[in-house]
Ligand binder design. Structure first.
Ligand code: BG6
Length: 486
């Protein structure tokens, strides 16, 4: 428990992430007394904001996004801790000196960079130049929101530049999926159960699916998204992190470096794509108009700040190979995208079928054993096994369904609460290390290069649908189906 005064300064303090995620998360952490009450939250932004009005605006976001009911007293006490530091990048000297003044009495400092990746380096440089970090007392840490760079090359340059300024141990590269309760549970389920671990390999597992679908479109982030697309927005980070956790070898202990060492080995084993393999194993998509929740929604190309001829992908389905001993021949199918039929994130492990046993006539039609890790919205574990139908000699799949989030003692923090808490605790195991990102960017590069010069036929799926039909065919071709209907 951290009980000395703490300063939490957010660059990008008026942005979307601050309003929807970071402030509600900090509010919960303070309310539940999981961090020091002596926290000073400094929102750093370029806009000219009236502080009182800004706090009112923040209150609306906390009401909408916090998992707590907001009581007036709690809010007022919390709002007192918030400062706004208007930062004029034209006059950085004054900006950083103002910030230094606000932080004067607080030596434990976290700087959260929720800005475009092009600004990370210059901000860190100036934090050092104006003596806000690398101080003799307290700790100073930097949390860096994704995307960490735009490409393999730019991420590499960024990393080289910032690690020259501050040591690696002070850098916390955020991937908020690693703060999700059930993603943290993956290692416990895998390594805490003798019934799974011996089967966790190519001898017994037929395929693994990672499905992460959203119903929202690009909302007000059209400008960002149009130059990013689904591969950089979801696959390169969140999806590959889930894949690494599901596929990694047991770490020697739970130290951050031990876990990261194993994750990076998986990411190094990802088979890169070339034009030919991409053509065969990747389905790209972009949404057209459609209906979601009874409401008609515009096509991607009609969204604000999106080019009307945009070829940015908002959907991807692909078959990934992990070329190592454990996973030889086991496909990892991934599907993710925006404006699909439902919001869900799940990892499905499909086990191989047994040969038929002749006294059950229908065993060959039986369903495979499935272990489903339900990440969101419902959290839990679902296990499909075959058992006898009552009164007749036929088997049928039955389900053992554990709902983690339904427990009476359940009080799971939001991902961003967990991320902030672990940075305060100096637990870097749920943050990404550079070599993990480097491998992920290499993988991303092999995909984006294989798309070069190819004119996709977009839009190719209706908003609210299951994505392009070719995504289903990708599995049908291998005699498999997506486990996305239960
Ligand atoms: C973010 C992406 O990292 O993750 C968004 O930039 C996406 O585009 C979001 O919507 C999904 O996060 P979650 O926690 O809602 O699944």
């Amino acid at each position: 428990y951290h009980n000395t005064p703490l300063a939490f300064a957010i660059f990008g303090g008026t942005g979307d992430l601050t309003k929807r995620k970071l402030i509600p998360a900090l509010f919960s952490l303070v309310k539940e007394k999981r961090i020091s009450d002596e926290i000073s939250i400094v929102l750093v932004g370029r806009r000219n904001k009236d502080v009182i009005e800004f706090k009112e605006e923040l209150l609306e976001f906390v009401k909408a996004y916090s998992r707590h009911k907001v009581k007036k007293d709690d809010w007022e006490a919390f709002a007192e801790k918030i400062n706004y530091c208007r930062f004029d990048f034209e006059d950085e000297e004054r900006g950083y000196n103002d910030l230094a003044k606000i932080l004067e009495n607080c030596h434990d400092r976290i700087f959260y960079l929720a800005v475009a990746p092009g600004l990370f380096e210059i901000i860190i440089k100036n934090l050092k130049k104006y003596n806000l970090i690398e101080r003799d007392t307290g700790f100073q840490r930097i949390m860096i929101e994704k995307p960490f760079g735009f490409s393999l090359e730019s991420a590499g340059k960024l990393n080289a530049a910032i690690t020259k300024i501050i040591p690696e141990k002070k850098i916390f590269r955020v991937d908020h999926y690693l703060g999700k309760e059930m993603i943290q549970n993956i290692l416990s389920i895998r390594f805490g159960n003798s019934i799974f671990e011996p089967l966790w390999n190519h001898h017994y597992i037929d395929n693994i699916q990672i499905i992460s679908t959203e119903t929202i479109g690009v909302e007000n982030r059209g400008g960002y998204y149009d130059s990013t697309g689904v591969v950089k927005d979801m696959l390169q980070n969140h999806i590959l992190q889930m894949l690494a956790l599901i596929a990694m070898e047991p770490p020697v202990d739970l130290e951050p470096e031990s876990i990261r060492n194993e994750k990076v080995k998986v990411l190094k084993s990802l088979r890169l794509f070339d034009k030919e393999s991409a053509q065969k194993n990747i389905v790209r998509g972009q949404y057209g108009r459609g209906i979601i929740g009874g409401v008609e929604v515009p096509a991607y190309r009609e969204e604000e700040r999106v080019s009307e001829n945009s070829n940015t992908d908002t959907f991807i389905a692909l078959k990934i190979n992990v070329d190592n001993f454990r996973w030889a021949g086991v496909p990892f199918y991934v599907k993710t995208g925006k404006r699909l039929d439902k919001k869900t994130t799940r990892i499905i492990v499909q086990f191989k079928k047994l040969p038929g046993i002749n006294f059950y006539k229908n065993l060959n039609n039986g369903k495979p054993n499935l272990l489903v890790i339900k990440i969101q919205p419902e959290e839990g574990v679902f296990f499909q096994i075959n058992a006898k139908s009552p009164g007749i000699d036929l088997i049928e799949p039955v389900k053992a369904d554990y709902c983690h989030s339904c427990r009476a003692d359940y009080n799971s923090p939001e991902a961003y609460e967990q991320i902030i808490l672990e940075a305060i605790r100096n637990n870097s195991s749920i943050f990404t290390r550079w070599d993990e990102l480097e491998c992920s960017w290499k993988f991303e590069k092999s995909i984006s290069e294989s798309f070069e010069g190819i004119e996709p036929n977009f839009p190719n799926y209706a908003a609210g649908s299951k994505g392009p039909v070719e995504a289903a065919e990708l599995l049908e071709r291998d005699g498999r189906i997506w486990w996305d209907t239960f």
